[in-house]
Design a protein around this ligand. Structure first.
Ligand SMILES: NC(=O)c1ccc[n+]([C@@H]2O[C@H](COP(=O)([O-])OP(=O)(O)OC[C@H]3O[C@@H](n4cnc5c(N)ncnc54)[C@H](O)[C@@H]3O)[C@@H](O)[C@H]2O)c1
Length: 402
């Protein structure tokens, strides 16, 4: 169970967090902090006006208060060696610097919007911008209740910054066109704020192209989405080393391994006892001249100047490749293994997460699956294995999916 000190516990978000924690056995709030502490009544935990007065044992500080609470939170958490989830909005450049500085000593999660949906919208908008921005106009529209004072919302600005970064960083933010009598500029990024009624929050990123429009939209129905996301972030930060993290780290974490599949279309050609690098050059040249595509290439460090090379090619071409290699291999031993399968795991989060190959190899080895050949990229690990182990390998690799 994660023990939380809740800063800003008497505010609207503090109370939402309290309600959700009451229903969630993974968390407990051991103490609260709020500048209105003297007025605290009927809280199921002690509430202090200063964090330093809090002596309860805790695992993490979660803050939904105001930016001016930041210096004391950073000092307290560093003294106690405790992670922090920062959710207050409106930090200035100095605040951000001090957060970055403190994150060298403790794990810090900081986001101006903890909704999982909004963070997914940000990720999808980034992808869409990369694909569409060269000939689509991009506009962002947000809608909020009539009591909101800032416009555009911090979330709309966060989306705009993500879109701008993905577009190359040279978009011009346009907030108001009412006095503008020119056609829209190609590098404009329009931001539009509507205010009315009790709308909790709506954000759309609109990609308007020639004869088609793509619109990505998020609708918030209650404040619960921020609290739910902040609690997910709390669990996440408690498992991480020192550093500064945001919600994209959490989304990426969920995508470490997103797929596991197999194919039986390849064969391995193993060439051992190669006496010189010149022979390896000749092998690759002959394969190229024959227009044969290779998939996996593996060459371990030579032992006593003797080289070994393994390659995978599609099965229908294996016999042709074998004969060509044999012709230029200068006495090396050439073998074809065609009773094999390739199993692959992939996921965009692998690029930022250590230990994935360790998990993959441990899973295969625990299931006693022999691995004949391996290739890895930032987002993929492929292993060639004997064909009869395909189903066993897939079963254990699918267990690694998040
Ligand atoms: N990151 C997100 O997803 C997200 C979502 C919603 C709100 N917020 C932000 O969270 C913060 C709180 O929102 P809210 O709607 O609950 O506001 P609120 O005004 O209802 O509550 C803020 C609480 O913090 C207390 N407080 C203010 N300054 C303090 C200080 N220096 N030390 C200790 N306590 C202090 C207040 O007394 C109050 O009880 C705001 O900054 C808001 O913008 C963030």
């Amino acid at each position: 169970m994660i023990k939380i000190i809740l800063s800003g516990c008497m505010g609207k978000m503090g109370r939402v967090i309290m309600n959700l924690v009451e229903q969630n056995p993974n968390f407990t709030i051991v103490a609260g902090c709020d500048k209105m502490a003297p007025a605290a009544e009927d809280f199921p935990f002690p509430v202090y006006s200063e964090l330093t007065k809090c002596t309860e044992e805790a695992d993490v500080v979660v803050d939904f208060s105001r930016p001016d609470a930041l210096p004391k939170i950073l000092r307290f958490a560093q003294q106690k060696n405790m992670p922090i989830v920062l959710a207050s909005t409106g930090y200035n450049a100095n605040d951000i610097s001090s957060i970055e500085y403190a994150s060298e000593n403790i794990p810090i999660m900081c986001s101006s919007n903890y909704s999982l949906g909004i963070n997914l919208l940000k990720q999808l908008s980034t992808t869409a911008t990369t694909i569409l921005s060269s000939n689509f106009d991009i506009e962002i529209e947000e809608r909020h209740h009539n009591a909101k004072v800032d416009a555009p919302s911090g979330t709309a600005m966060m989306l705009a910054d993500a879109v701008n970064k993905a577009a190359g960083g040279d978009l011009e933010y346009v907030y108001d066109r009412h006095e503008n009598r020119n056609p829209r500029g190609k590098r404009e990024l329009g931001l539009h704020a509507l205010r009315g009624g009790s709308i909790t929050g709506e954000h759309s990123v609109i990609f308007a192209g020639p004869d088609e429009v793509v619109e990505l939209r998020h609708v918030a129905y209650s404040r619960n989405i921020f609290a739910l996301g902040a609690l997910r972030a709390t669990e996440f930060i408690c498992s991480l080393p020192c550093g500064l993290y945001d919600m994209s780290s959490l989304l990426t974490q969920q995508q470490i391994i997103t797929g596991a599949y197999s194919s039986e279309s390849d064969a391995i050609i193993s060439i051992s006892n190669i006496k010189s690098p010149a022979t390896i050059n000749n092998i690759f040249k002959a394969i190229k001249d024959a227009d044969i595509m290779l998939d996996i290439i593996s060459q371990p460090i030579p032992v006593n100047n003797v080289y070994t090379l393994s390659i995978s090619v599609s099965k229908p071409l294996a016999d042709k490749a074998y004969k060509i290699i044999l012709g230029v291999s200068n006495g090396a031993t050439v073998e074809v293994l065609d009773d094999i399968a390739k199993v692959t795991v992939e996921g965009s989060g692998m690029a930022h997460h250590a230990g994935v190959s360790g998990d993959v190899f441990a899973a295969l080895s625990n299931a006693q699956v022999p691995v004949l050949l391996i290739t890895t990229s930032e987002t993929k690990i492929t292993c060639c294995i004997p064909k009869e182990y395909t189903q066993t390998a897939l079963n254990v690799l699918k267990e690694l999916l998040h």
